[in-house]
Design a protein around this ligand. Structure first.
Ligand code: SAM
Length: 232
């Protein structure tokens, strides 16, 4: 059950997660995850999968969880899913067995240490994952490494309100980050600061999503070898 909120020295801005905490949290979530989060988080998954499908090619789904987004990709894509949590992945595997031929594979892997060669994937997609990551910037660096030039990183997440009553609610929920397995107060500034130092990356889209604009779709393009940011 809930363990003391631990602080990771290497995580920025008061992050309160480490891989052990995340694994424990998602081992608890796995049996009830679909019941709790299928419908509520579905719009973001659909928008992210549609954006990935428009780009097409080989897609890496980081933090694929129980695989709720896997049926949403165009059947012309090839999708590889990875996750830190074996109990979550076991459920994704069952979903794939029921007939998702476009899913090329699933594996237990840390988003910070991907067992793939440089420039392997056309798209990296991570719905509702960034705020679960103990080391978001290191993970993003790793995703850029395995992304082909001209490829896209597609994120969906709740971003912290920063101020006002919603920020207060987020701050209260954040006290339980170690139990729930994500950071409700995750600030946009983490991404903005990370992006500011990356000449080879371009923010292509930042769009509020339903319900009530609570979530944000973010698309980041890795410039093609000729320096352009044109996507397919
Ligand atoms: C909120 S769930 C999202 C799952 C799925 N994308 C969805 O939309 O339902 C976050 C997932 O990120 C995974 N995760 C957290 N930290 C991770 C890490 N360092 N490496 C890989 N997966 C991680 C968790 O195990 C969990 O399955």
């Amino acid at each position: 059950m809930p363990r003391a909120l631990a602080r990771s020295e290497s995580s920025p801005r008061g992050a309160s997660l480490d891989n052990r905490i995340v694994e424990r949290a998602y081992a608890r979530w796995a049996p009830v995850y679909d019941l709790a989060f299928d419908a509520a988080l579905q719009p973001g998954r659909k928008h992210a999968a549609a954006a990935a499908s428009r780009h097409g090619g080989l897609v890496l789904d980081v933090g694929v969880g129980t695989g709720l987004e896997l049926p949403m990709f165009a059947k012309t894509t090839r999708v590889v899913g990875v996750d830190l949590s074996e109990p979550m992945l076991r459920r994704a595997a069952r979903r794939v067995e029921q007939g998702l031929d476009h899913v090329a594979g699933l594996g237990v892997m840390d988003a910070c240490h991907l067992a793939f060669a440089d420039a392997t994937f056309d798209v990296i997609i991570a719905p509702y994952v960034l705020t679960s990551l103990p080391k978001p910037e290191e993970s993003l660096d790793e995703w850029v490494r395995v992304l082909k030039p001209g490829g896209e990183i597609i994120l969906v997440n709740h971003l912290g309100a920063g101020s006002g009553p919603i920020a207060w609610v987020e701050a209260q929920l954040a006290k339980n980050s170690a139990t729930i397995g994500w950071r409700p107060e995750f600030p946009w500034a983490v991404l903005a600061d990370w992006l500011a130092g990356k000449a080879d990356l371009q923010l292509s889209e930042r769009r509020a999503l339903p319900p009530f604009g609570l979530f944000t779709l973010i698309r980041i393009t890795k410039r093609a070898a000729d320096g352009s940011d044109a996507t397919r």
